[in-house]
Design a protein around this ligand. Sequence first.
Ligand code: EPZ
Length: 439
Amino acid sequence: MTSVLRVNGGRSLNGEITVRGAKNFVPKAMVAALLGHTPSVLSNVPLIQDVNVVSGLLELHGVKVDFDESCGVLHLDPTSVESAHVADIDAHAGSSRIPILFCGPLLHRLGEAFIPDLGGCNIGGRPIDFHLDSLRSFGARVEKRVGGIHITNPDGLHGTQIELPYPSVGATEQTLLTAVLAKGLTELRGAAVEPEIMDLVSVLQKMGAIISVDTDRTIRIEGVDELVGYRHSALPDRIEAASWASAALATGGDITVLGASQPDMTTFLNTFRKIGGSFDVLENGIRFWHPGGDLRSIAIETNVHPGLMTDWQQPLVVALTQAKGLSIVHETVYEKRFGFTDALNQMGAQVQLYRECLGSTPCRFKQANFVHSAAISGPTPLHGADIEIPDLRGGFSHMIAALAASGTSTVSGIEMISRGYEHFTSKLSLLDADFKEVK
Ligand code: EPZ
């Protein structure tokens, strides 16, 4: 059901909100519970759509899931795992991309898995070739079927050597979740090392896995015979924290984000400061505010960790429409991640898109027909408009723009934002935003 907000903009956001566990970690830790033969407990779990989807998928496979939403604690009991009906998996997976990560655990538990064709935000091709190559190198047989892929492991899974062509977060998670119970040693070169990956390594180590991460992005996993359940508290959502920080800049406000963790956000905090934002690291979070005066334009380039995260650029772009001068953003992780800027231009922004690499280093999308660089000139006053949200992060950015714009905007597709931002509209109310749910 599409939900619509009518937003009266031109007011600064001020107040205190709390972020809980990271959307891009919690569902992976839930899948990891399948690998243990005793129950697991995951805390600091946010109430977001992706958690509901994965809970449902786990239950389809016989896992008992109990979520105490008020305190954010998930109990997962995987002692009786069974195959699920393809139609049920497909119906339940929705737009989530997490089902692909069930492959390794289900191969270990059941000897086979059926993964429906994946959804996810429309920000590029979202191929899964690295995932399938990784599974094949462990000895799995992968067959494309109507509506998805059928995977079996006739002779069990054995350790292997994998070199990722690009430090893919998902392919790194795929390899970790398969290698921990495979026979022998697995060496993964060119791995992603995001904080969410390192938290998944901690979870697997608690379960009994033996994993080392070298400074050259090589992860080595010694397969073990069995794993047990874990108790873990999820790391905070650094994407949500940065989203609200950008909202404070764009609306001239002052937002304290309880739960935010500085070490995971170093590169974002440097960028926030260079644009002219102020922040103060507290005992239990970070306070972000616009100190007054002009915001400064900047040239930024997204990259894998520890670079500037691709999921941080959309909200920052909105703040840059209010910065003095010409800002440049070179998006090097996804080929099509500036679609959301059309709506900003409708509201008075001046964002020009280019297929050239407008950054310090040419990226994978050089000379290809991908519009992956943006030039933003500002400051440009924004005015209200009717907006249709395109994807999760672009949607949050549209909301920031509507809150910063003078006049009224209607923003439809708000349910897409609740996929990754817990209690989104209640947080807007806590920050004194002036809006009404019209549908
Ligand atoms: C995860 O997506 C996150 N999603 C993304 O967040 C995040 O932007 C991304 O990592 C990068 O940090 C979740 O964790 C659920 P990738 P993932 O594999 O794993 C290419 C959000 O809004 N690639 O690191 O799908 C791919 O096309 C979302 O929270 C292949 O070519 O990202 C992309 O260009 C958006 N083949 C690049 O690698 C593959 O088999 C990075 O993708 C896999 C990936």
